[in-house]
Design a protein around this ligand. Structure first.
Ligand code: DP6
Length: 350
């Protein structure tokens, strides 16, 4: 029997992935860029155990057993890892041994806080450690087949997922733009508005958007390529003004497409909109962009802020959205301030 435990970080998209050009291989219609958070605050932790005595593959998510179905994303990832193990000549564990996987998140699952990204990145990374496969761009294509955004969580810092052009997806890989050390004072403030499961899962929401939104093609073909170039440049230059503007505009465009979907997908709620307005007013008072918001497929906000501006922003957030004013509808369930950080980490191997 051999067991590996790893933790993997959450990543939050600055330029959103929304829409697939291939459902099974999980190939996106546009590039995306994200920032990987530190594993101290939000992470997935997975233990994979392989044994010649196990009779079947099994998996538990946050303590509950989930089915290990043929053709599922889970089995596809496992098959891909086995393929890489054979190609690498890995001898450590026989691919014929069955495995047991236990994974936990320390944050709400499916509440729009990128839990599937950290979860699949962690699963694929743990399996790779089990079979002695090094971290590579090819490994990101495996994580991508678990959940698209997961491929970006295999690297720390700022990461770009390239849509790729090939039909087999081998060039649809994640690559690091800059490590966490490049912009060490970049922080994120997470405002948990609601930790319930989101109404329309991302997979379904983006399928509907590709089918029904007239704006989505314009975004993918015309808007995103330019934004990717501008944001990459802003990250390289540590230009917070451009970084903040593109991030907020891209979050807004993503939600505009969600609303342009038929029937519409509504992810932000009243509190989310209040947070967005608050950030714009705050920036106006400060005289330049001191904070930027982004919202994924849920109502929770991620605010980007430089370390030196964290106390002031935190103070303003707590005044405007007091955590004891549940009845006012502006209650925040939690706050955390992770910073940009590194790749998945290996814990115990025994
Ligand atoms: C809004 O990666 O969860 O968070 O590939 O279908 O599993 P699947 O979708 P998923 O979508 C994430 C969408 C997003 C934006 C992003 O992370 O880029």
């Amino acid at each position: 029997m051999i067991s590996v435990t790893c933790v993997a970080p959450v990543n939050i998209a600055l330029i959103k992935y929304w829409g697939k050009r291939h459902e099974d291989l999980i190939l996106p219609i546009n590039d995306s860029i994200s920032m990987t958070l530190s594993t101290d605050e939000l992470c997935a932790k997975t233990t994979v155990t392989a044994s010649e005595t196990f009779e079947q593959n099994r998996m538990w998510l946050n303590g509950d057993e989930v089915p290990f179905e043929e053709g599922s994303r889970l089995t596809r990832c496992l098959k891909e890892v086995h393929r890489l193990a054979l190609a690498n000549g890995s001898q450590k564990v026989s691919p014929s041994w069955k495995i047991h996987i236990a994974s936990v998140n320390n944050f709400p699952t499916a509440a729009g806080l990128a839990s599937s990204a950290a979860g699949y990145a962690c699963l694929v990374y743990s399996l790779a450690r089990l079979y002695d496969i090094p971290l590579s761009e090819e490994l990101t294509t495996v994580a991508r087949q678990g959940s698209g955004s997961a491929c970006r969580s295999l690297y720390g810092g700022f990461v770009q997922w390239h849509r790729g052009a090939l039909d087999n997806g081998s060039d649809s890989v994640a690559k690091q733009i800059a490590s966490s050390k490049h912009w060490p004072n970049m922080h994120v403030l997470i405002l948990v508005v609601n930790d319930e499961r989101k109404k329309t899962a991302s997979t379904k929401g983006m399928q509907q958007a590709v089918k029904t939104s007239q704006l989505i093609r314009h975004r993918a073909d015309k808007v995103v390529p330019e934004r990717i170039a501008q944001l990459t440049d802003a990250i390289e230059k540590r230009d917070f003004q451009t970084f903040a503007e593109i991030t907020m505009k891209d979050s807004n465009q993503f939600h505009a497409i969600a609303l342009d979907t038929y029937p519409p997908c509504v992810y932000m709620n009243d509190v989310s909109h209040k947070i967005a307005s608050f950030v714009h007013s705050y920036n106006e008072i400060m005289g330049s962009l001191h904070a930027a918001y982004t919202f994924d497929a849920g109502p929770n906000a991620c605010l980007y802020v430089l370390e030196e501006n964290v106390p002031e922003l935190l103070d303003a957030v707590q005044k405007v959205f007091p955590s004891d004013s549940m009845d006012s509808g502006t209650y925040l369930r939690g706050l955390s301030v992770p910073k940009v950080d590194s790749t998945p980490k290996i814990g115990d191997v025994h």
